[in-house]
Design a protein around this ligand. Structure first.
Ligand SMILES: Nc1ncnc2c1ncn2[C@@H]1O[C@H](COP(=O)(O)OP(=O)(O)OP(=O)(O)O)[C@@H](O)[C@H]1O
Ligand SMILES: [Mg+2]
Length: 510
């Protein structure tokens, strides 16, 4: 092989295997060649891209002008230079931030340009999470110090009131003192909540059976929530014990249930679910602040008003409330978050306005119990796809994209459909589809369920797996006859996904 052909072969390999989108354009920004990563990143087919202007991928309006004026790039190559940030657009219209570098190649027929785009979505998400963690920490420190000082002052006030009470002869004045004492005690309770958020509060961790605590608590909850709120429990069998403070856990549950009740003024459904869960690294990247390991997840789900994005971002902050009018203090979730953090765990919110909210607590499983447990086997199920074709039915493009990417990482070939008609058409055309992974809710209706039924009738060789979050299930309770449905509870981990597919497809081929 001559040096030149070797260079060309190496360059081709780099082009085809790069994770960055690489686009070769002429001096007018017309796209002449793209690599596989470009097709993946933008969702276009090759023929839609070739010959089109670069503005298909980087719309002109919102980006810096210079991006499209290829002539303005200097003669010397700038490949690998720190990228400018631009706004890129996928085929489905969704936008994302990308880092841009441009290299210039001088050819006989005029210059060519190599445009490299790096998807910054993940990095942005991590930056936002970090920013939030920093803010929580500083607010936590501040409120902890304040609460501590207040508590000292309240101690003096209560002490002196009690001395006074003893010195004054019984009479009307005693009532005044008693009122003042009650108010001071309320102040102490409040500062306790604030301190629960910061690190000042003492926890008395014991080994706890979470299911038992939830079950005992639920009788009381049912009574106080009244008949308009339907309470269900979904408690995992063989739940791992955790080490945590029992009374704090009870108070966290009460806070979550109260929030759910307040979010459902007209009534609704509430579910408390417990399950064992392993945190692996992919998950870790999304849910900052948690160590990999074994956790028990306790989720409180409701079919209430849900939260907008701003509320979701700030809900765990102490003193953040949208209930000023009804006297909300904004301390409920802060103390829940503080409790989870100080128990070595974490708390998360998943919410959709108008649909409902799920708040999950992750508490570390008790180490003593770990030895008796069958270790998870990430390697076994991972990458076992072997090119089998999985069709993903999900109406939200960003979710569909991430599910497709997760399946591809496991070695499956993938197809995507935005609705049930598209899915059925694809099933008709592609007899090689082995499994359909569908969301329960498509276009705000439980169409996934009907779809699995249709598939069973028309394509009995195709396996189905229904993905659903607990709020969705509350809106669309599955009937008893659906017992043989295969259900994947969201949010699911990569290893769970791998194991379920392996199981379903392994059995299918046996
Ligand atoms: N289940 C839920 N559904 C919808 N919004 C919720 C839910 N839980 C919490 N929120 C939102 O998060 C905010 C903060 O909740 P948090 O429990 O910390 O305070 P609060 O309920 O307003 O007051 P407090 O709990 O101190 O009485 C609430 O004001 C509300 O906007
Ligand atoms: Mg509350």
């Amino acid at each position: 092989m001559t040096g030149a052909t070797l260079d060309a072969a190496v360059l081709n390999a780099v082009f085809d295997s790069a994770a960055e989108a690489m686009v070769v354009t002429d001096r007018y920004g017309r796209m002449l060649r793209v690599n596989a990563a470009t097709l993946r990143m933008f969702g276009h087919k090759t023929e839609e891209i070739l010959g089109a202007s670069l503005s298909l991928l980087i719309p002109r309006g919102r980006s810096r002008r210079a991006v499209h004026d290829m002539q303005s790039y200097p003669a010397e190559t700038i490949l690998g230079a720190a990228g400018t940030e631009v706004e890129a657009r996928r085929k489905d219209g969704s936008r994302f931030s990308a880092g841009l570098s441009v290299g210039r190649v001088t050819c006989e027929d005029g210059p060519l340009f190599v445009v490299i785009l790096h998807d910054l979505t993940q990095r942005k998400a991590v930056e936002r999470a970090l920013e939030r963690a920093r803010r929580m920490e500083s607010v936590g420190r501040l409120s902890g110090t304040l609460a501590h000082d207040f508590k000292n002052m309240l101690t003096v006030i209560i002490g002196n009131l009690e001395l006074l009470e003893r010195r004054i002869p019984p009479g009307a004045e005693n009532e005044l003192i008693q009122d003042a004492l009650d108010a001071a005690q309320t102040g102490v309770d409040l500062t306790d909540s604030l301190m629960g958020f910061s690190r000042h509060r003492n926890l008395a961790p014991r080994r706890l059976d979470i299911n038992a605590i939830v079950e005992r608590g639920s009788a009381l909850m049912r009574r106080s929530l009244g008949p308009d709120i339907d309470v269900t429990l979904q408690l995992a069998g063989e739940l791992w014990p955790v080490k945590a403070d029992a009374s704090q856990l009870r108070s966290a549950l009460i806070n979550l249930v109260l929030n759910a009740q307040e979010a459902m003024p007209e009534g609704g459904r509430l579910m408390i679910r417990t399950e064992n869960t392993e945190i692996d690294d992919a998950f870790l990247a999304q849910e900052l602040d948690i160590q990999p390991g074994s956790y028990v997840r306790i989720s409180v789900c409701d079919t209430g008003i849900g939260m907008d994005e701003e509320t979701q971002l700030r809900a765990f902050e102490p003193l953040f409330t949208t209930k000023q009018k009804t006297g909300g203090m904004g301390l409920g979730l802060a103390s829940v978050y503080g409790f989870a953090l100080h128990s070595g765990g974490h708390a998360t919110i998943y919410s959709e306005p108008g649909v409902g909210t799920t708040v999950s607590l992750y508490l570390p499983a008790d180490e003593a119990a770990e030895q008796n447990r069958i270790a998870p086997q990430p390697a076994a199920g991972m990458g076992a796809g072997d090119g089998q074709v999985v069709l993903v039915v999900e109406d939200r493009p960003e979710l569909r994209r991430s599910t497709l990417a997760r399946l591809e990482a496991l070695g499956y070939a993938t197809l995507g459909a935005a609705d049930t008609e598209e899915a059925l058409a694809l099933l008709g055309a592609r007899p090689d589809i082995a499994l359909v992974l569908t969301d329960l809710v498509i276009g705000e209706e439980p169409r996934g369920l009907a779809l699995t039924e249709r598939i069973r009738e028309r394509f009995p060789h195709v396996r189905t797996l229904l993905a659903t979050g607990c709020t969705q299930e509350l809106h669309n309770p599955l009937r008893a006859g659906d017992a043989d449905l295969q259900i994947l509870h969201k949010p699911y981990r990569q290893i769970e996904l791998a194991a379920r597919l392996d199981h379903l497809l392994g059995r299918a081929s046996a």
